[in-house]
Design a protein around this ligand. Structure first.
Ligand SMILES: [Zn+2]
Length: 511
């Protein structure tokens, strides 16, 4: 194999430092090769970011800016895979991709390319193409984790260690069977581990849990890299400790941007209202409620409490709302019942308001608040209207605040923008640091390293300073860009929504 690309979902150097994790293979790859931070996209979440890796385009261009999408009819559901942009498995002949998120339904346009999708697939049979179902390791291959096990962290740890081992075995057998020029495998465990850390009771327990998962993945990636002359390790975003939750709904609601649906008050609403009232008066009680809340996240009870604690927005009668992760949409003519004539003026008004927001200590909540043309190269119609990038340590949720303010204290681990990039082997520069690399640059840089032409459609650029022999790559003409192919009858993913929704809810994306 000429190149192995190993994805380490959600891994960042700060987390390795914080929990004192020794990842010898990553350390060696960084030391001998070229490495640095890898900037994620808006929003820095798994589906948008891996779609940007696969297409070399930012979410404004490929259309998936969030884990969720909202239709013209205001219906909110899981994002659907991009079906319109050429992707890495269309460009690279003789390749095997194992567990590439948000690629289900796509058929590689490249010769002898094999694609196992992840994240938005219904199940293993939906994710794995027929020719790879014949592998011995397919029997044990696991697409996704069982989040219900999170209530017992030791059982969950064994479960995800087992998934990583099975994924490695499957990838190894696939690489040995198909002998590709380029292999890709994504290990999801650093992301899953990050999302459970706040459930653990002490820093020692967090360290032990995180280190065991990351050290195993490091070892498995090292073993697969033994099959290849060159290796690229990269993540799609990082993780960090969050001290403050941001409740954009509190501000948008106070400013009168959205209306709430009239709903009959159920038992959970009463419980949430009572908890809110109590939490406003007592820090200790608030801390207790938060701990209980973190503990039940990912359970059915947690999911129903979450939905009770989020605003139920009356979209046709609203002007603007947050979809999730700091992304605000205005009710303009892309929706069925627009209420906003001058969308641009409203966007600017909201941007200015959000830029001014500070917490109780006077710290700015957002490092930046952008309009789509500022966040994206060429934003399409699905791009959010306002993109609020949280300041370090701040995490935007869709929940009402337990204390009523725009911010509330938390003690959690969540996504941040900066992930990792490290590349080693004869194709890459040795012992170099690289700065300002974005995940949209990863595909053009990999193609340039392999001597392959670039697409004129890429938003990212080939970072020649990462290469051992920097040579200006050629560029395909517009009609040479491979045409994306989809499975017959698979253009519309509605039949997958139910299964996918449950899994995203378990991960806390649907609240
Ligand atoms: Zn991720």
């Amino acid at each position: 194999m000429e190149l192995l690309v190993a994805g380490l979902d959600g891994l960042s150097y700060n987390m390795l430092d914080r929990f004192d994790v020794d990842a010898p293979f990553l350390r060696r790859t960084r030391g001998e090769g070229v490495s640095g931070d890898l900037m994620s996209v808006d929003t820095p979440t798994t589906i948008p970011a891996w779609t940007s890796f696969a297409t070399g385009k930012d979410p404004g261009s490929h259309g998936i800016s969030n884990m969720l999408r909202q239709d013209a009819s205001y219906e909110v559901g899981p994002s659907r895979p991009n079906a319109t942009d050429a992707a890495v498995y269309d460009f690279l002949d003789d390749s095997v991709f194992v567990n590439l998120p948000a690629s289900v339904g796509r058929v590689p346009a490249a010769e002898n390319a094999h694609l196992v999708s992840a994240m938005l697939a219904r199940d293993e049979a939906d994710a794995v193409p027929d020719e790879l179902k014949a592998l011995d390791a397919y029997d044990d291959y696991v697409l996704d984790h069982d989040a219900s096990l999170k209530v017992r962290p030791s059982a969950y740890l064994d479960h995800v260690l087992g998934i990583s081992t099975a994924r490695h075995r499957f990838a190894r057998e696939a690489f040995e069977t198909f002998k590709p020029r380029v292999g890709f495998v994504l290990f999801s465990t650093p992301d899953w581990a990050g999302h459970i850390l706040s459930n653990l009771s002490s820093d020692a327990a967090r360290r032990d849990f995180y280190a065991r998962l990351v050290e195993l993945v490091d070892e498995l990636a090292a073993d697969l890299a033994g099959l290849a002359d060159n290796v690229v390790l990269l993540s799609d975003h990082g993780f960090e400790h969050k001290h403050t939750n941001v409740h954009l709904a509190e501000w948008l609601g106070d400013e009168g941007y959205f209306a709430e649906e009239e709903t009959t008050t159920g038992a959970t609403d009463v419980a949430v209202a009572a908890a809110r009232a109590a939490a406003k008066r007592s820090d200790r009680l608030y801390a207790l409620i938060r701990r209980v809340h973190n503990h039940i996240m990912g359970t059915a009870v947690g999911a129903s409490l979450e939905s009770a604690a989020s605003p139920q927005i009356d979209f046709p009668n609203s002007r603007a709302w947050q979809l999730r992760y700091g992304c605000v949409y205005v009710n303009d003519d892309r929706f069925d019942h627009p209420t906003v004539d001058d969308a641009d003026a409203l966007r600017r008004e909201i941007r200015e308001g959000l830029r001014e927001l500070t917490d109780d200590e006077g710290r700015r909540i957002f490092r930046d608040v952008l309009l789509p043309g500022e966040a994206y190269e060429n934003p399409g119609p699905d791009a959010p209207d306002v993109i609020a990038r949280p300041a370090p340590g701040f995490f935007p949720t869709t929940l009402w605040s337990p204390t009523g303010g725009v911010t509330s204290p938390t003690d959690n681990y969540e996504h941040r923008y900066r992930g990792i990039f490290a590349a080693n082997g004869p194709l890459f520069a040795g012992g170099e640091a690289i700065e300002g690399l974005s995940i949209v640059d990863a595909l053009p840089t990999i193609l340039a390293a392999l001597g392959e032409p670039l697409s004129p459609e890429f938003d990212g650029e080939a970072r020649l300073d990462a290469l051992a022999e920097p040579a200006e790559p050629s560029v395909l003409s517009a009609d040479e860009v491979p045409r994306p192919r989809t499975r017959p009858g698979d253009l519309d993913g509605t039949d997958r929504d139910g299964a996918v929704e449950d899994r995203l809810a378990d991960l806390g994306y649907i609240e």
